[in-house]
Design a protein around this ligand. Structure first.
Ligand SMILES: [Zn+2]
Length: 231
């Protein structure tokens, strides 16, 4: 791995035995990573980055603003995502058990007790998100267990930093990222299917891709959509 500084951009470059150059930006700091074919010179990589400069700058801005968004205070007026829709948060102080409800597709109502701080509010929201995600995922797992004639031994939801889901092929265990609940349900279903197919085929082999193509022909679009919004 090598770091190249090109104009105002720092890029990690890794030369690999691949055919095409790949450019990836990673949250939360919009780290830029390039995988380049071994045959490609440093100068060619430099020119590639310059040709993409405008696109890169836009992406960097987007990722950074999304990262800022995750620093939440849980006060009224903040934007919070749920199933792919942006809601406004309304905080109500009430001497009653905390709860979260929706008003149509506009407001998330967060009811908390007096003196409830940001940490407490975040916990309440997280619990609500977790429950909602469970309710989305459970029937999807059932559906795909039947369609694929496989069994998931165990699945759970966790907060993860770098992936939407993970699958332990041998133990038949799947973990889903809690952040998924912020994505549209077709994106959630793609991750459910993606991880479940790993029970059949452990790695992203051509057989694996063929299975995805059969069961969700538009998976590539959905994957792109998912990666547009960052954890
Ligand atoms: Zn995978």
């Amino acid at each position: 791995m090598e770091i190249l500084h090109i104009r105002n951009i720092s890029v990690e470059v890794e030369w690999k035995n691949i055919k095409n150059i790949h450019l990836t930006l990673y949250p939360p700091d919009a780290r830029i990573h390039i995988s380049a074919p071994v045959s490609m010179t440093k100068e060619a990589v430099r020119l590639f980055v310059i040709s993409k400069q405008q696109w890169i700058n836009q992406r960097v801005e987007m990722i950074k603003s999304q990262s800022r968004q995750t620093q939440r205070e849980y006060v009224s007026g903040e934007n919070h995502y749920f199933k792919g829709i942006r809601y406004r948060l309304n905080v109500f102080i009430r001497n009653a058990p905390p709860c979260v409800t929706l008003s149509g597709t506009r407001y998330i109502n967060l009811q908390v007790r007096e003196g409830s701080n940001t940490t407490k509010r975040a916990e309440i929201m997280k619990e609500w998100y977790r429950n909602e995600l469970k309710q989305v995922i459970a029937p999807l797992i059932e559906k795909w267990e039947e369609l694929l004639t496989i069994n998931v031994n165990h699945w759970e939801i966790k907060q993860m930093k770098t992936q939407w889901g993970s699958c332990n092929h041998n133990a038949k265990r799947i973990i889903f990222n809690l952040e998924l609940i912020k994505k549209p349900t077709h994106c959630i279903e793609y991750i459910v299917l993606h991880e479940m197919l790993h029970l059949i085929e452990r790695l992203h082999t051509s057989r694996y891709i063929a299975l995805l193509d059969i069961h969700m022909p538009n998976w590539r679009n959905i994957k792109n959509e998912l990666n547009e919004f960052i954890v």
